[in-house]
Design a protein around this ligand. Structure first.
Ligand SMILES: [Fe+2]
Length: 388
């Protein structure tokens, strides 16, 4: 039997539609007493930050909140949050938000114990991201069903050096949050267009994980259990926005897909990461535009059995792997159309004249290294043009 590339033991997870109410208990269980809350302005306006402050019995203490994270978190935001963390003499972080907020909080806890700049710690360097000191504790409270960042080891932060903008990746098993509270009742306030994008991110995670050639039967099993949940409940979301079961199933699928990151992602994420550093477009919506093209792009290269597994996972019959992948791509096309998501990158504000920059950054991204089809410049350009 082959060895496992990596596996991180799961963290304490509260999965419950009233889970946020357990915030103070979880904080106490972790031995944390003075947290800084990290969020974005929309989350603050939705009232979740005030609720958390009330639960922590520090209502009105503005020094305990940083709400300046943008949808593709930037290094300057992380540094401002770090300054606030130190000024508040905080001992921990509570990230309440989508993947961008959770990623930003991971970067803050890392830099609280390691010297900046964050680019010196990029996971893609030969030494990787090295965690040499104890990190402040962190609780992740996702308010979207999508990123899976609440159980993952990585954080992507947009960095700029001169004219060069890219996403810096820090990744280490000790960056997995200390605990997660997955409360699907928090996902209702997300605008539906973003909710669809987040849910398409889950679907992309699962398809890329299950197409990855990396041997990892533990998380393959988790991902294979999550795929039918997205396939069943995501198409219901437009007509059942307020259905607690639909929301809970998508939050569960998101969490499970986040565990599956251990198997690696693929070329969809390399392209969407590259684009997200240059254009302020939603990660999940970018993935939705690229995904059906990537399924066709990878069609002849997926590990044996992948087409049948994926097709069965979304409830389609497959007579062969190739036919299963064709059917899957058509199913994704129809889903994108049903959700009213822009089907092309051009519709999401991605300028064609930045193709060279996007292709170059996508090739630097780690995700395509676990894509079933090896990607050089020619292949990445071909996929970008197909999705544009
Ligand atoms: Fe993603």
């Amino acid at each position: 039997m082959k060895g496992l590339y990596k596996f991180t033991v799961p963290i304490p997870i509260v999965f419950d539609s009233t889970g946020l109410g357990r915030l103070k208990d979880v904080l106490g269980e972790l031995g944390m007493s003075r947290p800084l809350i990290v969020a974005d302005r929309n989350i603050r306006q939705a009232g979740f930050v005030d609720t958390a402050l009330e639960l922590l019995e520090v209502h009105g203490d503005a020094s305990r909140v940083f709400d300046g994270v943008s949808s593709n978190p930037r290094e300057d935001e992380v540094l401002r949050c770090l300054e606030l963390f130190r000024n508040a003499e905080a001992d921990s972080l509570i990230a309440i938000g989508g993947g961008s907020v959770i990623d930003a909080a991971k970067a803050v806890r890392f830099l609280a114990a390691h010297d900046p700049p964050i680019t010196d710690h990029d996971h893609r360097q030969p030494s990787g991201t090295r965690v040499l000191r104890d990190l402040p504790g962190m609780i992740a409270v996702p308010t979207t069903a999508g990123s899976g960042s609440e159980v993952s080891r990585g954080a992507l932060i947009t960095t700029k050096r001169g004219d060069v903008i890219r996403k810096t990746l820090i990744a280490h098993y000790r960056l997995v949050p200390s605990a997660a509270i997955v409360d699907s009742s928090l996902t209702y306030r997300c605008p539906m267009r973003i909710a669809y994008g987040c849910a398409m991110d889950i679907l992309t995670h699962l398809i890329e994980e299950l197409s990855s050639p990396v041997f990892h039967p533990i998380v393959s099993g988790v991902a294979a259990q999550a795929l039918p949940r997205v396939a069943e409940y995501l198409p219901l979301l437009p007509d059942h926005e307020q259905d607690p079961n639909v929301r809970a199933e998508l939050s569960l699928a998101s969490l499970m897909a986040g565990m599956g990151f251990e198997k690696g992602l693929g070329v969809v994420h390399s392209l969407s990461h590259a684009i997200g550093a240059l254009v302020d477009a939603h990660h999940g919506l970018l993935n939705a535009a690229i995904l059906p093209h990537a399924i066709r792009f990878n069609r002849a290269h997926c590990p044996v059995g992948t087409g049948r597994i994926l097709a069965a996972g979304v409830g389609l019959d497959a007579t062969s792997d190739a036919q299963g992948l064709d059917a899957l791509a058509a199913w994704v096309d129809a889903l994108v159309s049903r959700l009213g998501i822009p089907p092309r990158l051009r519709d999401l504000g991605v300028p064609e004249d930045r193709e060279n920059e996007i292709v170059s950054r996508a090739l630097e991204d780690h995700c395509h290294l676990t894509n079933p089809r090896p990607c050089g410049e020619r292949e990445m350009r071909q996929l970008f043009q197909a999705a544009w």
